[in-house]
Design a protein around this ligand. Structure first.
Ligand code: GCO
Ligand code: MG
Length: 401
């Protein structure tokens, strides 16, 4: 089998998505997600201008060799744009393999390790009462694990929807600026989780995303104060370029730590994992070079009792969601999968076989990934420039969003 053609599709059914389609001489094609929120066109150009010309004519079954060719070949390694482009190629090639062998991709990754994939939903509200209402709503929908975020006086915060609709961080136009204050946040979060546990009891798995906004010692304090509420994880407590910063957090709390949605290689997590400073690795297929690389990362993490908790925000397309569910079904050290449902417009552009029932998701048994792209419909939603917000402290200093 030979790759005969490949091209990038960019569509914006509510938000932007970059999809790579790879075609073969046997009429089978594969889809890969290459979406990098706020930097979509950079990945599209990397693919179109630099990657596609090098993969036409190759055997799509050679996923390891093509991965190494795209990673080592250009000399310049890693980085989100490069790794998302490699991820798009790799995901599409595994889709082709599955279709050619007439089997779902999870069978190529070791087969089913479980029947269903535990997913967590997002509940949020402008204040604690509204957040509690949203938790109740998601519990009613069947979710067994819920991430809770709520607004509070004295600061903006991450993860709270502006209006009645769903939370969606990227905004069209130039990057909006928000104001951030750490102290009211640190006082607020334990109160929020005390109320959630009081209302919903111990059984529900609870999660919280700090979204990289704390210093290690502030995160240690928050983790310690959250211990009575038994979170499944506290996510991205501090930016992770300084991996040993997590040692400080670990020394102060037993609240489990999740990190890695912005990582793009095993090296971003190497010290975090081998020193057992984290409990869940959140790196996704699209942003970390696809199945070929993420499987190695998961296998390495398994040695250290670190479980997977793949990023699954709406800025990863249904192609990535489908891929993630195959991965989650197969890897032994799966922990949990994030599920932030896409809009109806997005679901229509990407018809798929995956399903949700009673707090779990299922990849379906279609050959390959079980997801498609309706290119005619996609063409009705042209790309729209959009950015994530940036954060400033109350005195104007730029800080992490
Ligand atoms: C999460 C995330 C996201 C990110 C988004 C950025 O779901 O845990 O932190 O929502 O903010 O993916 O593009
Ligand atoms: Mg997050």
């Amino acid at each position: 089998m030979k790759i005969t053609n490949a091209y990038v599709n960019i569509t914006s059914p509510g938000r932007n998505f970059v999809t790579l389609k790879i075609e073969t001489d046997e009429g089978i094609y594969g889809l890969g997600d290459g979406t990098l929120n706020g930097r979509e066109l950079a990945v599209a150009s990397y693919l179109t201008d630099h990657v596609i010309p090098c993969i036409v004519g190759r055997d799509p079954f050679q996923t390891e060799d093509i991965w190494q060719y795209l990673y080592r070949g250009p000399y310049w390694r890693r980085g989100p744009v490069t790794m998302a482009a490699i991820g798009a190629v790799d995901i599409a090639l595994w889709d082709i393999k599955g279709k050619a062998l007439n089997t779902p991709v999870y069978n190529l990754l070791g087969g089913k390790s479980r029947e269903g994939v535990l997913v967590y939903a997002h509940a949020n509200g402008k204040d604690i009462d509204h957040a509690l209402e949203d938790v109740a709503k998601h519990k009613e929908m069947g979710y067994k694990a819920i991430r809770v975020q709520s607004g509070f006086a004295g600061s903006s915060t991450y993860g709270v929807a502006k209006g009645p609709g769903r939370y969606e961080p990227a905004e069209r136009g130039l990057p909006p600026e928000q104001a951030w204050a750490t102290e009211p946040y640190l006082r607020h979060v334990p109160t929020l989780f005390a109320r959630v546990r009081e209302m919903f009891g111990e059984e529900l798995h609870l999660l919280h995303d700090c979204h990289h906004r704390l210093t290690p010692i502030e995160a240690g304090r928050l983790g310690k104060e959250l211990e009575p509420f038994h979170l499944l994880w506290m996510e991205d407590p501090t930016p992770a370029e300084l991996q040993e910063g997590f040692k400080v957090i670990r020394e102060h709390t037993t609240t489990p730590i999740a990190v890695g949605e912005v990582f793009n290689s095993i090296w971003d997590a190497h010290d975090l994992i081998r020193n057992q400073w984290i409990d869940y690795i959140r790196t996704t297929l699209v942003h970390a070079g696809g199945f070929t690389h993420l499987k190695k990362l998961a296998d390495f993490a398994e040695l250290y009792h670190v479980r997977t908790g793949c990023h699954g925000a709406t800025d990863l397309s249904p192609v990535c969601m489908a891929a993630a569910l195959h991965f989650d079904t197969a890897v032994h050290n799966f922990g949990i999968q994030e599920h932030m449902p896409h809009s109806d417009e997005t679901d229509a552009v990407f018809p798929h076989h995956y399903t949700f029932k009673d707090g779990q998701m299922f990849p379906g048994d279609a050959p390959g990934l079980g997801v498609d792209l309706d290119e005619e419909l996609a063409a009705k939603y042209p790309y729209q420039r959009a950015y994530l917000p940036v954060n400033r402290k109350l005195d104007g200093t730029l800080t992490d969003w």
